[in-house]
Write a protein that binds this ligand. Sequence first.
Ligand code: GLU
Length: 489
Amino acid sequence: MSEHVRVRFAPSPTGHLHIGGARTAIYNWAFARRHGGTFILRIEDTDPERSTEENTQAILRAMEWLGLDYNEGPVVGGEYGPYFQTQRFASYADALERLKTAGASYPCFCTSADLEIKREAGRIQGGFAGYDRTCRSIDADTAAARIAAGEPHVWRLKVPEQRGDIVFPDAVRGEVSFPVDAVDDLVLVRTDGTATYNFAVTVDDVTMAITHVIRGDDHLSNTPKQILIYEALGEPVPVFAHLSMILGADGKRLSKRHGATSVESYRDQGFLPEAVMNYLALLGWSLDGETTVFSRETLAENFSLDRVSRNPAIFDDEKLEWLNGVYVREMSAQTLVDQMVPYLQAAGFLSPEEVSTRRDWLLRLAPLISERVKRLDEVVPMVGFLFADTVVIEESALAKVLGKEGAGVALDACRETLAGLSAFDAATIEAALREVPERVGVKPKVVFQAVRVAVSGTTVSPPLFEVLELLGREQTLARIDVARKYAVE
Ligand code: GLU
């Protein structure tokens, strides 16, 4: 690509960044990186009722969490700013002036009541129910006089009479065509002087020198209108790439009905940004048709629009979890500790000082967990017993394990063995405890399960000998003493 690529992600802060928006952002980011281009974040905050500062902040946080760094946008600024639509009204006014001068826009004095009657008439005739262009034929002097007299009016685009169908090559969907008579003389500027959505977006894309518009296909029907605006302004039309929808497992468009879909809710559930990024990249794009695990660098080096699928992608929670598990397993112990500490703190397991004073201990815990969790929030229930003062033994474990014949004898023997060890590391513990079953004539399974239940309260826990080492001798013996009271001889 010889021209300098400039792409933008343009969320409306009417909600948090959701999965679909994040994928659009990722593709724009990757496309810019692949071509050494510029990635721009533009906040489309013109809907005053639904746009909030809180949502803007949430979008910025989610972008940062995903590692989607932008070259221009809020906070970082840039030459083409400001990057909030509400701060760009002057450029919309300038663009309207250009269109007026070019004779490509005309004032329309029809009231909403007039328009409703016209639309209804159009519908009854079975024709196009758009604007019938009544005001297009008002001569310039009359229009000027009516404006001077203060008559309320909007400004419409004068769609050229001779214009054929609107056809454009979409980088994902191939050639897309809209019949020109399906396009109204659309309103560019409302009675109150504000720009309409399509006008603002197009003017922004022109003034920000956007070369490629990569966005969700829910905007496809806006594209012919926007193309007409580019043409009226005499500006080059960018390349469009419309991304197919993301569907839930039920085949319906992904929405709140499918549970939490905001990026931050995935963060809160213990998903890693690398995994979310990797998974979303795969929702409609493939590296080579087989590789599922790849880094952001690989994505940035290889992304291309011609490998983006035209078919809707299905969001599969299980696959995302699986992928997250892959990333958790590949993490170094240091990183995993950093990642799990906030969860342990939120659960009240670690005080701020303990985050550093117990770091070595946490580093020994990390490998026991990494193979066993897919999401980081699973760490809390899995290791809670290590932080508890006393263990609550599950009802079922009482019956199934401590109620087994030989459990009491086994606990006594293990206690004695552990109390006498010269060192309390997993290897020494293992070697010593492995001799117990034969010595006391109780099945190994009964022996080890009894100890496991005694220290953890449940029948499933991370590897036993390592757990005992982490608990330390004193805690281990104390817990065995408590469990002993419930064990049968
Ligand atoms: N603000 C629009 C949205 O959030 C995106 C507009 C565009 O990408 O052209 O859906």
